[in-house]
Design a protein around this ligand. Structure first.
Ligand code: PEP
Ligand code: MG
Length: 443
């Protein structure tokens, strides 16, 4: 539990790796003095989190997908990344000149000077756009025809809430509480959790905070909560399925949240709901906690990540206060591609028409019952997706804090009738590539 000693553990592992490298005659890579592109098999969040942002100009990985957790962490740090580029990148000679484009996932080995010049120009232009967007980040995201879209922040660390507000966050759209748990060496008790959540509420003031209950399992193990080994952990005991089997854990987390909110706008959502019964079971535990700690400013919703709930959205929309579409998992389950799969995950594009159909159905059902819909997966910050999501009627986009200014700036350039037309056409496409090129042509 001692953070100082826990920090030393990382040092010790580092030394261990160096000794191993010496014993095996492997020349350990020296960190270059000038900014460099880090090429590796895959990046685990803990490695990315430790990278020196000033030195690492970009990340190129053999494995992983755009919605894998390593990519999400890289995005949160604002490091350009191309992931899932294939095994061949691991044999690129060290020290060669490399150009990566985090926008379209392309990379070039020893590019011609003309291409480098072009990229530099493009980068300067993007930096200029970002500066401009940042200057207006506190203003609302209103389309040219006056339609307002809420732009919220995805958070994994409670301490990042204040920074998100400075970047223009109008709400927290997704607090990944399993990452808050992971920042502790052992399971935080109710008092510790309440303290953690209060940090977010205090930073957000009167802005709403959407908190997702523990989403452990799949690619997010919690060291002090060992789960039985499963053949298909993504199809196993994860998210709400896990906490419903440990009701005390869920009850404790809900109590901590209700107490921390202290009258401020709290939105609770449950992850990985696949069936109506699961929602009812979760709601019963929440009602029990509410009987003890009433919460005057509460909305309760679910994440739409499992295709079945998008298909029965009509039933759920009568009961929930909101839906938040987790396109990372929804894409994984609709296309049957593991989001972190070393080879296939690059093909898991959230703009696939099948996913757009499910988003459309969810929004239609929600709006029919006067409920709102957010998107909190990585797709919400994808410039090709933003106009389509708006056109489908999504009310809130929740993105990493660094993306907020750009997403707001893009919304301000759009108008609703054109977005609706684009979305309607996208729904008729047969492939994700077609949707992307349609969006590019209309951008
Ligand atoms: C999602 O699945 O889209 C999501 C936002 O949740 P996570 O990435 O944490 O699984
Ligand atoms: Mg998810």
């Amino acid at each position: 539990n001692n953070p100082l000693l826990a920090g030393r553990a990382a040092d010790l592992r580092d030394v261990g790796n160096k000794v191993m490298a010496l014993l095996c005659g492997v020349k350990a890579a020296e960190e270059p003095q000038e900014p460099y592109i880090l090429v590796m098999e895959d990046v685990v969040p803990s490695v990315v989190a430790r990278l020196d942002q000033q030195k690492v100009a970009g990340i190129l990985t053999a494995a992983g997908g755009a919605s894998s957790h390593s990519a999400i962490v890289a995005r949160a740090l604002g490091i350009a990344a191309v992931v899932g580029a294939g095994e061949a990148v691991l044999s690129l000679p060290e020290g060669s000149t490399l150009l990566i484009n985090g926008e379209d996932g392309a990379f070039y080995l020893n590019p011609a000077q003309s291409r480098i010049d072009e990229a530099m120009q493009q980068r300067a232009l993007m930096q200029e756009q970002r500066k401009l967007a940042e200057a207006h980040c506190m203003e609302a995201a209103v389309t040219t025809d006056g339609h307002r879209v809420e732009v919220a922040a995805n958070l994994g660390k409670v301490a990042d809430a204040a920074g998100a507000v400075q970047r223009g966050a109008e709400a927290v759209g997704l607090l990944r509480t399993e990452l808050v748990f992971m920042s502790h060496a052992s399971a935080p008790d109710e008092a510790q959790q309440e303290k953690d959540y209060r940090v977010v509420f205090e930073a957000m003031g009167s802005r709403p905070v959407v908190v997702r209950t523990l989403d452990v399992g799949g690619d997010k193990p919690l060291p002090y909560l060992p789960l039985p080994k499963e053949d298909n952990p993504f199809l196993g005991e994860r998210g709400l399925r896990m906490t419903l089997r440990r009701p005390q854990l869920l009850r404790q987390q809900l109590s901590a949240l209700l107490k921390a909110a202290d009258g401020r706008p709290l939105r609770i959502m449950f992850p990985m709901v696949g069936r109506l019964e699961e929602w009812h079971a979760a709601k019963a535990i929440l009602d029990d906690a509410l009987a003890e700690t009433p919460c005057p400013n509460l909305q309760v919703g679910i994440m739409v990540e499992v295709p079945s709930v998008a298909l029965i959205a009509e039933h759920l929309a009568k009961e929930v206060d909101f839906f938040s579409i987790g396109t990372n998992d929804l894409t994984q389950y609709v296309l049957a591609i593991d989001r972190g799969h070393p080879i296939l995950s690059a093909e898991a594009d959230g703009l696939h028409p099948s996913i757009l159909q499910l988003i459309s159905q969810t929004v239609t059902a929600a709006h029919r019952h006067g409920k709102w819909v957010g998107v909190c997966g990585e797709l919400a910050a994808d410039s090709k997706a933003v106009p389509i999501l708006l056109g489908l009627g999504v009310d809130e986009l929740s993105v990493s804090a660094g993306s907020i200014p750009l997403v707001k700036a893009q919304v301000r350039r759009l108008n609703t009738p054109e977005c609706k037309e684009l979305a309607a056409e996208a729904l008729t496409c047969a492939t994700a590539a077609e949707v992307r090129s349609l969006s590019s042509r209309n951008g």
